[in-house]
Design a protein around this ligand. Structure first.
Ligand SMILES: [Zn+2]
Length: 354
């Protein structure tokens, strides 16, 4: 079952705990049914590092394989509402992925320096961001790996103080889902959901994959754990329903995009570094089109990135622009509030059990 030329050592896979085995059976059966079609992707996903040359190029796939792979998880019907609450012309959804030290630890080789750079998010960045949001009475969603919150549990009270913000699941230790077998990914998300519920006092309804790394198993795991919305995929500017293998799931997607993420453009060691005031202009242009089209702006930021003095200027500029242009005509909302609003307006009903 291994492609010719495959020479990487077999991956080391931890056996799942016994109590996960019964839950895995339906997933395993479904997985076996589509195995021939998705085998190249699964090999890439589960056996990293794998030489890219072992993947069967697309021109050698059958059309059945193409159809199976693209339909694994795909955008369904648009959930764009006819109108936003209070007659608003557009919705603005700010999210902050509170990764902090988990980014340095997840691959198992943290350095003292990288840990300190990430600790800035917990020690300085988060409070600076929350201060700005709360002064402006703007709600936001905070997706937090539960290990990040366990390292600095006081962050929960800072976020909860205004009563406006929402917590969302962002993995256990910012794990890369596509490198994990189903049992391990499932165990980590299950634990993250329980940890976050315990540490924040409320059960999150939304999930964002760490690094937006959505594995072939993620969709089934989210459905089994009862999540109501997801926010890691990129097929639209508007909310949409996720389909799994062509069938409606009742799960709302709040789509993201790399052009609406602070991390790549603000990396001073990266090839795409942009000055924060230039990045603010990109966000402003995105908002202007959302406002013209009556849709929504979803922005992803990080306390360890945008919490810096010269970078929070970009968020300040965006908020000032929105307040000036859209005064009284913009719905500032959490991801969860928007997900439930569009669910109701579109008569989507409850998430569909598998
Ligand atoms: Zn993250």
């Amino acid at each position: 079952m291994i492609s010719p030329g495959f020479s990487a050592a077999p991956p080391t896979v931890d056996l799942p705990p016994l109590d996960f085995i019964p839950e895995m059976i339906p997933t395993l059966l479904r997985g076996l049914a589509i195995l021939p079609a998705v085998l190249p992707a699964m090999l890439l996903a589960q056996a990293q590092p794998v030489p890219v040359t072992t993947a069967k190029p697309g021109w050698q796939w059958t059309m059945d394989s193409v159809t199976t792979v693209v339909n694994s998880v795909r955008a369904g019907r648009s959930l764009q509402p006819a109108s936003w609450p209070g007659g608003a012309r557009a919705a603005v959804l700010l999210s902050f992925d509170v990764d902090n030290e988990t980014i340095a630890i997840r691959y198992g080789e943290p350095t003292i320096g990288s840990l300190s750079q990430m600790q800035y998010g917990a020690r300085v960045g988060l409070e600076r961001i929350v201060r700005l949001l709360d002064a402006k009475r703007i709600p936001a969603t905070f997706f937090i790996p539960s290990v990040s919150l366990a390292i600095t549990p006081g962050m929960a009270d800072i976020i909860k103080k205004s009563g406006r913000h929402e917590f969302g699941v962002h993995g256990w230790i910012h794990e890369m889902n596509a490198t994990l077998p189903d049992s391990v990914e499932r165990a980590l998300v299950t634990r993250a959901l329980a940890d976050l519920t315990r540490m924040t006092g409320s059960k999150p309804t939304g999930y964002r994959a760490p690094s937006w790394n959505f594995s072939p198993n993620t969709m089934s795991i989210l459905r089994d754990l009862g999540f109501r919305y997801e926010s890691s995929l990129m097929a639209d500017d508007r909310a949409y329903e996720l389909l799994q293998e062509g069938k409606p799931t009742g799960i709302v997607e709040i789509p993201v995009e790399w052009i609406l993420d602070d991390a790549p453009l603000f990396n001073p060691q990266g090839e795409r570094y942009s000055a924060p005031r230039d990045v603010a202009q990109v966000w402003i242009d995105e908002f202007d089109k959302a406002y013209d089209e009556g849709t929504m702006l979803v922005l992803t930021m990080h306390p360890h990135v945008s919490g810096h003095r010269s970078r929070i200027v970009a968020l300040e500029l965006l908020i000032a622009h929105i307040e000036a242009k859209g005064a009284g005509k913009v719905w500032w909302a959490t991801h969860g509030a928007v997900a439930e609003y569009v669910r109701k307006e579109a008569k989507l009903g409850e998430p569909v059990r598998r």
